[in-house]
Design a protein around this ligand. Structure first.
Ligand code: GDP
Length: 469
């Protein structure tokens, strides 16, 4: 009866919401450093002051009358620290804000005047935009739900032996291979293996690899040091591992990781999301080389599985409703002259092509963009010899000096980036990209204007425009 009562309450709340004050639940995700924090900060600032959002129709038509921040409705989730982040970006000494470490949420309420004949009948209405920021690493955990500890171990060990990774994994791999899983659990040895495995994942991430699950090993949030994170893959033992053995302990912890960490995230947060943007530091991966791009493509496929779960999977059973729109955005496009932006969104498109086809099939609208949430550069043509080189100019964070730089060239054909990593493959973005650590620009914003960006208005129109009509 209790469950029924709660169900009715939920239906009632949802009905009120639909009739009076609709809520759009927008998920913002991407791997660490993809640009989530800067994206949300800029989106909110540009909705509060929509002077630079001409492609957001409600703003261009003057129907977006007011936007304001509200206490967010979910007491159990940290609030996105908008005020700190916007102060970092727009203060007298502009600097990049602290990155996403865990899940957080923010409610922005928009007062909009409806279009068309309704205008005469109804006054302005309020639409709440609940923005949920969460690490993309957590989505990489979804495939774990379908794997046993033995299956996962085997995959993880094989992956660690791949070219490019093996050098980073060598010490831990040697220790794992020497470990007798059937021996009695020794907590110190267990912690040593977990630490070694975690260190390898961090090193792989730093080297530009994207597929580095389990996600909480990189971003543990409040779980740092807990037993649910104190395990690592082990080779299958030659005889049965009894209760009390290391192998049995790791097997149990792997299962509790799925139960207490992975499932609650999907059930309590992911399931409610209606609109989603996936941010991707495609430029960073392209610069890191063909292996990193291939790894990113595979990680994207894993991430996107969450958006098109198999019909009988655990996830599809708990998903309340389908995600209606998914934007894929290559971030930091201000590193490139606009002449290369189409190439960048083409690459973004190619990175998710497979998964996208299937998501479209399932009824979600998807689109790829090349964006800069906060434009740190201006374009400049620099004469070099007889040629005009299309550069971008900005302030380098390290030295505080201005520089006009050329990131390098993107391939004309995105497919050429997607070939499986091979020795001696062509390199892209090999000009000045490595030194392009631009600081956010010193801003002198006019009233009504948010911070400068590239295509944030188009992204906003795609993600929420239809709900502001
Ligand atoms: P998160 O880990 O996904 O939250 O990533 P952040 O939003 O913290 O961004 C990581 C870093 O990427 C920032 O510190 C900036 O250096 C850089 N970055 C993010 N967005 C932009 C952008 O629009 N333009 C430029 N030039 N750099 C950006």
């Amino acid at each position: 009866a209790d469950g029924l009562g709660r169900g009715l309450e939920q239906i009632q709340a949802r009905t009120e919401e639909l009739l009076f004050e609709p809520v759009i639940r927008l998920g913002v995700t991407g791997l660490s450093r993809a640009g989530k924090t800067v994206f949300i900060t800029s989106l909110v600032a540009n909705l509060l002051n929509p002077g630079r959002m001409p492609q957001l129709r409600a703003a261009a038509d003057g129907r977006l009358m007011l936007a304001f921040l509200q206490p967010q409705p979910n007491d159990a989730v940290a609030r996105f620290a908008y005020e700190d982040h916007i102060a970092a970006l727009t203060g007298p000494q502009p600097h990049w804000p602290e990155s996403t470490r865990t899940i957080s949420q923010l409610r922005l309420s928009l007062r909009v005047r409806p279009t068309g004949f309704l205008t005469g009948l109804t006054g302005p209405r309020t639409v709440h935009l609940d923005i949920v920021d969460y690490p993309g690493e957590w989505l990489l955990d979804l495939p774990l739900l379908a794997q046993s500890y033995a299956e996962w171990s085997e995959k993880a060990l094989t992956q660690a032996e791949a070219p490019g990774r093996i050098a980073l994994a060598r010490d831990w791999l040697a220790a794992a291979r020497e470990t007798d899983g059937t021996a009695a659990l020794d907590e110190v040895a267990a912690q040593g293996l977990a630490r070694g495995f975690t260190a390898y994942l961090h090193a792989a991430r730093a080297a530009g690899f994207s597929g580095c699950a389990p996600g909480r090993f990189l971003l543990p949030g409040e779980l740092e040091g807990s037993p649910a994170l104190t395990f690592a893959p082990l080779p299958a033992p030659s005889r049965r591992a009894r209760d009390g053995s290391l192998y049995a302990a790791f097997e149990r912890r792997f299962e509790s990781y799925k139960r207490v960490v992975v499932k609650p995230f999907f059930r309590d947060h992911f399931a409610a999301i209606e609109r989603q943007i996936v941010l991707v530091d495609a430029l960073g991966a392209i610069h890191a080389g063909p292996r990193a791009v291939e790894d990113l493509r595979l990680a994207m496929a894993d991430i996107l599985q969450a958006f098109r779960p198999g019909p009988n999977s655990w996830l599809s059973r708990i998903l309340g409703r389908r995600i209606e729109r998914i934007a894929f955005a290559a971030t930091k496009a201000d590193h490139l002259h606009h002449g290369q932006h189409d190439a960048l969104s083409g690459i973004m498109e190619a990175l998710v092509a497979d998964a996208r086809a299937r998501a479209t099939y399932k009824g979600a609208q998807t689109r790829s963009f090349a964006i800069a949430a906060l434009r740190a550069t201006v374009e400049a043509e620099v004469r070099q010899g007889g040629d005009l080189v299309p550069c971008v100019r900005g302030t380098l964070a390290e030295t505080g000096r201005e520089a006009a730089l050329f990131a390098g060239r993107l391939p004309d054909d995105p497919a050429s980036l997607m070939v499986p990593a091979r020795q001696g493959a062509e390199r892209w973005l090999d000009a000045d990209f490595a030194v392009m650590g631009f600081a956010p620009p010193k801003l002198n914003l006019r009233p009504g204007e948010g911070p400068p960006h590239i295509r944030m208005d188009r992204v906003a129109e795609f993600l929420i425009g239809d709900r502001l009509l």
